[in-house]
Ligand binder design. Sequence first.
Ligand code: ADP
Ligand code: VHF
Length: 373
Amino acid sequence: MSEQLTAARRLVVKVGSALVTNNGAGLDLGAINEWARQIAVLRAAGREVVLVSSGAIACGMQRLGWSRRPSAVHELQAAAAVGQMGLAQVYESAFAAHQLQTAQVLLTHEDLADRKRYLNARSTLTTLLGLGVVPIINENDTVVTDEIKFGDNDTLGALVANLVEADCLIILTDQLGLFTADPRKDASATLIGEARAGDAALETMAGGAGTQYGRGGMITKVLAAKRAARSGAHTVIASGREAEVLPRLARGESVGTLLVADTQPLTARKQWLADHLQLAGSLTLDAGAVDALRAGSSLLPVGVSRVDGDFERGAAVACLTPEGREIARGLANYSSSDARRIARHGSHELEAILGYVDEPELIHRDNLILLDC
Ligand SMILES: Nc1ncnc2c1ncn2[C@@H]1O[C@H](COP(=O)(O)OP(=O)(O)O)[C@@H](O)[C@H]1O
Ligand SMILES: N[C@@H](CCC(=O)OP(=O)(O)O)C(=O)O
C-alpha cells in the first residue's frame, strides 16, 4: 500500500457511529483522544486532515436515555441536535491538547448539490486547512428530510474527499477492513488487503446493513470508495481500534483494505455533476443517441424521445436508455417544457418551434458525464 499513502498530502478521515460511541455506550473518549493524537502526528508531518465524524444520533440517544434507535425522523433529529453538542465538545478538547484548532462544519446534500454553496463549502474548507485547523464534518441532521439526506457518513466522507480534492479517504470502522463476507455472520470470511475501487465483486461481498448505531454497513463504504475514486482519491477501510493506525497508514504500512482509485479522475466540475444525488428530471434517449453519448458527443434534441420531470434551464438531469437505465447525467440547456417541445426535432428546427435558440444541444458534452464507461 506504500506509494498511495506515503504520497498523500490531504486526507479525509471518517469515523463511524459504532466506533465513536463504542456501540452506543456513550462517546468513547479514550478512542477520540487517540485519533486526535494520531491526527496531530499527521499534521506535524505536513499532512492536511479533514475529519468526518458520525456519532451525533448515538450520543444524543445515550444522553436522552434512549436504548433503541427511534424511527421517527423528528426524534432522530432531536437526538442528533443533543449529541452534536457532545461531539463538538469532546473533539475540541481532544485536539486542543495537541494545540490544534477545530472547526465544526455541518453539511446537507442540498449544500453540495447547489453549485454556489458547493464552491463556498470548498473555499471555506481549504481556507481552514490553510490555517492549520482540523475541520470536523457531520451531516446537518436537524434540517434534513429523507429526500435530501446523505443518510450515512461514508457517502458524506466520499463527497468531502471529492470536494477538497483529497488524495486519500480513510474510513475507520469496527472491523479490520473489508472481508469477503460479513465477519459477524461468516466465520470463514477473510480480509481483503487490496482491490480496485471500481471492482463490482466488492459490492456483493459487502451486502447487509450495519449496526443499529451506524447506518451504512460495508456496502456504503465500498460505494464511497468508488465515488472517491472519481476525484482520484484512494480509500482505506481499517479498524479505528488498531494501534497507531493513521501514522502507520501514512508511512505506507498495509493496514486494513486499500481500494485503489484506478480510473481517470474527472474534472472538478464533472465530479460535482456525478455527485448530484437528486436530479430534477430525466431524458429518455433513443438507441442512436445512447451510442452518440458513449462516443463522446453532446446530446441533441433529435435523440430524445421523452422528457420527465419539471425543471429549469441549467438543472441536472439523468439520461436514460430506451430501457430506462441511467447512462449519463448532465446540465440541460432547456427547461422541461421547452425540452418536451423540441424532443425528436433537429437542431435547425429549434428557432421555428421555440422562437429562440439558446444552444443547438440539449446537453453540451462539457456538462455531461457518462456513468457506465
Ligand atoms: N464484507 C464485510 N466486511 C466487513 N464488515 C462487513 C461486511 N459486510 C457487512 N459488514 C458489517 O458492516 C459493519 C460496519 O458498518 P457500520 O456499523 O455502518 O459501521 P460504521 O458505524 O463504522 O459506519 C460491520 O460491523 C460488519 O458487521
Ligand atoms: N449524521 C449521523 C451519522 C449517520 C451514520 O450513522 O453514519 P455511519 O455511522 O457512518 O454509518 C450521526 O452523526 O449520528
